[in-house]
Design a protein around this ligand. Structure first.
Ligand SMILES: Nc1ncnc2c1ncn2[C@@H]1O[C@H](COP(=O)(O)OP(=O)(O)OP(=O)(O)O)[C@@H](O)[C@H]1O
Ligand SMILES: [Mg+2]
Length: 219
């Protein structure tokens, strides 16, 4: 068997190169840390999915809105940690009673809004329009008078023009290219919040500064 200067057979050397052993040796503890982090995240997502999938979608259930929020944030976590730019999430949760709602539907409605906030931050970032400002999503909750609660989701992304603000809840309204958007997401959120939960939803925005979505639902 032919041996080289390291005194190992060539076949072994080739195998070491093939599996990138040097890289693995150097980065093993980092890789294990990442694997542990990933496994923890998967386990939390599975637990959260188990909780939500066990809920009867056709029934009104008393839930903690913050559990819904945390389950959404868990799912979108990787999008917040884009290696090119990090999105900061500010959570300002008020003292809320349990809310009678369709939790899975509400989760979908809020998830839509948070996904759009991320998209608006990404577009502004790729247009190079962040100076020292940090891409941020703020989520605030508050108990309102007369047994209502407010959920406020804002971003400092690319914003919406006043004209578009009045159209975004219309079915098929989109500013995305045809292949990317159907214009249905916010009309579904509107239907869930206004028709299914007898709540209110509106958008406040100024172009370049960002957008805020105000959701109010009766407890
Ligand atoms: N946070 C936001 N910042 C800027 N624009 C937003 C934001 N949220 C929504 N929009 C605008 O609202 C429009 C309508 O949203 P909607 O979810 O109804 O459709 P879509 O996202 O374009 O397509 P689809 O959800 O069907 O894939 C979007 O095209 C986008 O222009
Ligand atoms: Mg959408």
């Amino acid at each position: 068997m032919h041996r080289n200067s390291s005194n190992l057979p060539d076949e072994v050397i080739d195998k070491i190169k093939e599996i990138e052993l040097d890289y693995i040796e150097e980065n093993l503890s980092k890789l294990l840390g990442r694997m542990r982090g990933g496994a923890n995240r998967i386990s939390k997502i599975v637990k959260s999915l188990q909780v939500f999938s066990s809920l009867d979608t056709a029934k009104v259930i008393s839930v903690d809105i913050h559990v819904i929020m945390d389950s959404i944030l868990l799912i979108i976590q990787p999008r917040l940690q884009n290696p090119l730019f990090q999105i900061q999430v500010i959570q300002d949760y008020g003292e809320l009673p349990l809310v009678n709602c369709f939790p899975n539907a509400l989760k979908q409605a809020i998830m839509n809004i948070i996904n759009h906030a991320i998209h608006a931050l990404e577009i502004k970032f790729y247009q190079n329009k962040y100076g020292v400002e940090q891409p941020t999503i703020s989520i605030r909750t508050e108990k309102l008078e007369n047994d209502w609660l407010g959920i406020y989701i804002s971003d400092n992304g690319l914003g919406i023009t006043e004209e578009n603000c009045s159209k975004i809840f219309d079915p098929f309204f989109t500013t995305k290219p045809v292949s990317q958007g159907k214009g249905l997401g916010l009309s579904i959120s509107y239907q869930i919040i206004v028709e299914q939960h007898e709540g209110r939803i509106k958008c406040i925005s100024s172009p370049e500064k960002g957008a805020e979505f105000v959701i109010e639902i009766p407890i």
